[in-house]
Design a binder for this molecule. Sequence first.
Ligand code: FA5
Length: 342
Amino acid sequence: MKEKIESIKTECINLINQSINQAELDNVRVQYLGKKGELTVVLKEVGLLSAEERPLIGKIVNEVREEIELKIEEKKNALEKEEMMKQLENAYRFDFTIPEKENIGSLHPITIVQREVEEIFKSMGFNVEEGYEVETEYNNFEAVNVPSYHPARDMQDTFWLDNGQVLKTQTSASQNRILKKYGSPLKAIFPGRCFRNEDLDASHENTFFQLEGMMVDENISVANLIYFMKTMLSEVFKKDLNVRLRPGYFPFVEPGFELDISCMYCGGKGCRVCKHSGWIELCPCGIIHPNVLKMGGVDSEKYSGFAFGLGLSRLAMMKYGITDLRLLNSGDLRVLKQIKNN
Ligand code: FA5
C-alpha cells in the first residue's frame, strides 16, 4: 500500500510540474483529489485495512494529500505570475519617469468667454439652458414670428436638411421651448452653435456661437434691457466700453435694437474687421413681440420681456484681440497658445 501511495504521489507531482495552464492543473487536481480521484480511492481502501495498519496508512495518505494540495497551490501562483508577466510584456509601456509635456492644451477662447458670460448672468439670477443644433422649421422661424412667406427668412441663409429640419441659424430657435418650459416670470440664457451659409470674411463664419437671453416678467422695459447688457459687457471687458444702440429690425422683437461696440482694433477709426464703420455689431436685442409670448403660452397682456442674441464668437474675438473670426474654427493651435499665454 505504501509503495502504491508513493507512486501516486510521484506521478501526480510530475503532472503538476508539467501543467502549462490553469485548465491542465485543474485536471490534475480532479484526477488525484477529486471524488473519484486516485488518492481519494486509496483513502477509501484504508477502511478495509487491519486495525493496526489503518491509522498508519491513513496518516500517510493525508500527508500526501496535503503535500499535493500545496504543490497545486504553488503551481497555480506560478502560472498566474507567468500570465501577468506575459500581459505586461505585450502591454503599452508607460514610462512614469518621462517629464510632463509642455503641450497640455487649454479651453477654446469661445468656451472661456461663454463660461464667463454664463457666470455673470447666473450671478444675476438667470438659468443656463441648452438648445439643439438641429431644429424644426417651426422653432427656428415660425415660433419667433417669421412665417414661411416672411422676407426676414432671407436674412439668414439657411442650411436645410432633407427631412425639412434646419441647422439652427440663431439661438432664438430655443425661445419657444424655453417660454413653454418656464412660463413667466423667466430669466434664462442659452448659448449655442449656429450655422449660416454665409459669405465668409474676418467677422463672418458659417459656424459661429451666439448666446441668447430672455427675461419675462411684469413691466419689463427697454431700461431693464440696457441695464443687463451694460452690466454684462463691462464685466466681460473689465472696462467702460463705447456702446451704441440703434434701431434694428427683427420680427420677434418690437421695438428692436442693434447694440454695437466700438471697434477695438482701430479705436473706432475704421478697419477691415469693422468693415470701416468703426463699430462691431455684437448684440441685437429688443422687447419680445407679443406674438412670440403667445406662441410660448405666456399671457402677453400681463407680461412683457426682453431678448438679446449676443454674438459669442465675435465677443471672444474682441476680448482676445483676434483679428479674424475664421481663426477660431481653424484648429490652428497657435491661436489657443496665445490665449493661454494671455
Ligand atoms: C439674430 O440672430 C437674432 N436671433 C438675434 C436676436 C435675438 C435679436 C433676440 C433680437 C432678440 P443676427 O443675425 O444679427 O441676429 O445675429 C446676432 C449676432 O450673431 C450678430 O450681431 C453677430 O455678432 C453674430 N453673428 C451673426 N452672423 C454671424 C456670422 N456669420 N459669423 C459670426 N457671428 C455672427
